[in-house]
Ligand binder design. Structure first.
Ligand SMILES: [Ca+2]
Ligand SMILES: [Ca+2]
Length: 209
């Protein structure tokens, strides 16, 4: 009986500490899907898009189409270069596809708002994907390395990753070597020398900035 109780308690503790609040979601509505789709967008890809922005009442706030194609925009998906709502809502998308995204404030401009956008605004975007290119680096490896999901890599996380990579390729772990490799990686990648490699630092090579 005691062991059952102890087990119950520990599993309850686990579920409490492991439980997260439900995350805000983007509502995705596919307005147009092209007949041919050679590839779909994934984290780390560069996307060229046109977009329109509407308030909840349907008023248009912005369109990138005012001046022909001049305001179409390139960005990298999944590195918080754009709103979280875009990072979440523009995955698995084909070139030529058009989507309507309804983005809650938590994934847009939140409690503060921005410019003409009042606090706590739910925003609607109509986004047309014009082109996809390979991003500078794979975002999957970043996510795999970022064990605590804080969007930056600590020395510890990079070290754990190296160890796993070594094991995967059949090499014995080598602490001294790993330590030197981590130092070397941070010398090159940690551009602002804050002791972490951010997703941006990881995704862009510095000579490209
Ligand atoms: Ca991290
Ligand atoms: Ca850094």
């Amino acid at each position: 009986m005691l062991t059952v109780l102890a087990w119950l308690c520990s599993s309850m503790l686990l579920s409490v500490s492991g439980g997260k609040l439900p995350e805000a979601e983007v509502e995705i509505d596919v307005l147009h899907r092209p007949f041919l789709c050679h590839r779909k967008t994934k984290y780390g890809d560069m996307l060229l898009v046109h977009h329109e922005l509407y308030f909840e009442n349907g008023t248009m706030l912005y369109t990138s189409r005012t001046d022909g194609d001049r305001h179409a925009m390139w960005f990298t998906l999944g590195i918080m270069e754009v709103l979280k709502g875009w990072d979440k809502g523009l995955q698995d998308m084909c070139s030529g596809e058009k989507r309507k995204l309804v983005v809650p404030p938590a994934l847009a401009y939140g409690k503060e708002g921005k410019g003409k956008i009042p606090p706590e605004s739910t925003l609607t975007f109509v986004v047309e994907l014009l082109n996809i290119k390979n991003g500078p680096r794979s975002h999957e490896s970043f996510q795999e390395m970022d064990l605590n999901d804080d969007w930056r890599l600590s020395m510890q996380e990079v070290s754990v990753y190296l160890r796993k990579e070594f094991e995967r390729h059949g090499y014995p772990p080598n602490d001294t070597l790993h330590e030197n490799m981590v130092k070397d990686i941070f010398n090159k990648e940690d551009a602002n020398k804050d002791g972490f490699i951010s997703s941006r630092e990881f995704t862009y090579k510095h000579d490209e900035l």
